[in-house]
Write a protein of this length. Structure first.
Length: 401
């Protein structure tokens, strides 16, 4: 079995996912073209040697539809031999692309694969692809659907996290992200986005607020209290009978923001890399997905990490750094506590609360951030994990070579 080696990882800056965001005027396929151009140029890549593009897109409709993985490679001028597939594992889609690419390489069926993800949330609203999961009342009832924000509040209530606790975590995210941005820690992976005229429209993550404080966040109203009162709290309490009430602690300031972004990771075998004159930066030790509580939807990270560790023959003490997606503040807090992992080694450059969560792209972005930080600190191993809609978890372990 071949090692799945990581040769490069690039991403766009994250742009505010609204009409006044800097990336709103850039089409999804052009966001990707910026990434293809960078991968090709940085690695002097012969694109005819790339077997496949695996791209995660959570809302694969309209401008993000029609197998954008294949079409975007053609649009970027890559060799017509490059195939492409778009897949959707909700928020895990970007990391799932990496994992699928790794499995292709490990199985020796393919030699060089580009993996990543995309989401232009200012142009394609989340949920615009519909689906029985939350649109069909019979399905709602069968799978015990609860909006994810209420799931986050349930999780915080179960773990005893107060409003002040989750707000303090959010402040940490902004402070670490601001410090990392100022110090240039993202500079290796971030590719400034250019428009069709070659003009740079964004070269930095747009939603970091260095002046965020617990006091400022305390003025924000809980985002999910009203929908809870409309019936979802009652539904939840019938399932979670150990709770007397749900403490609604999450809001826009301690939850991930909607942003635009794209990411690509170049993965291949040692032989394919050598043929292209590329030096590997890391290898993928293991990857895992699990199903978890479909109502809360946010608890699968711990089990996924444990499964990935078991597959790699490792323990949590073998991990130097972790990236836990900050879908809501309670997610990394709970995951870190359950795994008994040092919070000082988690999301050391901030996370999605500060920088946003471009659904299909985030997982691959986190992997690139983890790799850059391992190199900066001269450390060896990192684990990346995300909670996933409908109750799943995903994790990937990488090791520098």
């Amino acid at each position: 079995m071949s090692d799945a080696l990581i040769f490069d990882a690039v991403r766009t800056p994250r742009g505010k996912g609204k009409k006044d965001g800097s990336l709103h005027e850039i089409t999804p396929i052009h966001l990707l073209k910026n990434m293809y151009d960078a991968l090709q140029e940085r690695n002097n890549l012969d694109t005819s040697k790339v077997d496949d593009v695996v791209l995660g897109v959570v809302t694969p409709v309209a401008e993000q539809g029609s197998c954008i993985a294949r079409v975007s490679a053609l649009y970027a001028g890559w060799n017509e031999r490059v195939a492409g597939v778009t897949q959707n594992r909700f928020c895990a889609s970007g990391l799932e692309s990496v994992n699928l690419a790794a499995m292709k390489i490990m199985s020796d069926q393919e030699d060089l694969v580009v993996a990543g993800g995309l989401e232009s949330m200012s142009r394609i609203p989340m949920g615009s692809d519909g689906g029985a999961w939350y649109m069909d009342p019979r399905v709602n009832n069968t799978v015990q659907f609860i909006p994810q924000g209420i799931g986050a509040d349930i999780s915080a209530t179960q773990m005893g996290y107060s409003r002040k606790d989750v707000d303090a975590f959010a402040v940490r995210s902004h402070q670490l992200a601001a410090a990392a941005q100022s110090a240039g820690h993202f500079s290796r992976s971030i590719i400034p986005v250019r428009d069709i005229n070659g003009v740079i429209v964004l070269d930095h993550d747009e939603t970091i607020r260095s002046g965020t404080t617990v006091e400022k966040l305390s003025a924000l109203k809980a985002s999910f209290e009203m929908s809870g009162k409309m019936g979802f709290d009652a539904t939840a309490l019938r399932k979670y009978t150990d709770l007397e009430a749900i403490d609604h602690v999450h809001h826009a300031g301690n939850s991930s923001g909607l942003v635009d972004g794209a990411s690509l990771v170049l993965i291949g075998s040692a032989a394919a890399g050598a043929a292209q004159g590329m030096k590997p930066r890391a290898r993928i030790r293991s990857c895992a997905v699990v199903g978890s509580d479909p109502s809360i939807m946010l608890t699968g990270t711990t089990a996924a990490c444990e499964k990935a560790l078991q597959k790699a023959g490792m323990t949590i003490n073998d991990i130097d750094l972790m990236e836990i997606n900050e879908a809501f503040a309670s997610v990394p807090m709970r995951t870190c506590e359950e795994l008994k992992f040092d919070m000082d080694l988690v999301n050391v450059n901030g996370g999605a609360i500060a920088m946003g969560h471009p659904l299909g792209a985030t997982g691959a972005m986190l992997l690139g951030t983890a790799l850059d930080e391992l190199e900066r600190r001269n450390l060896s191993t990192a684990m990346v994990t995300l909670c996933v809609g409908a109750g799943m978890g995903i994790a990937t372990i990488i090791e520098r070579v």
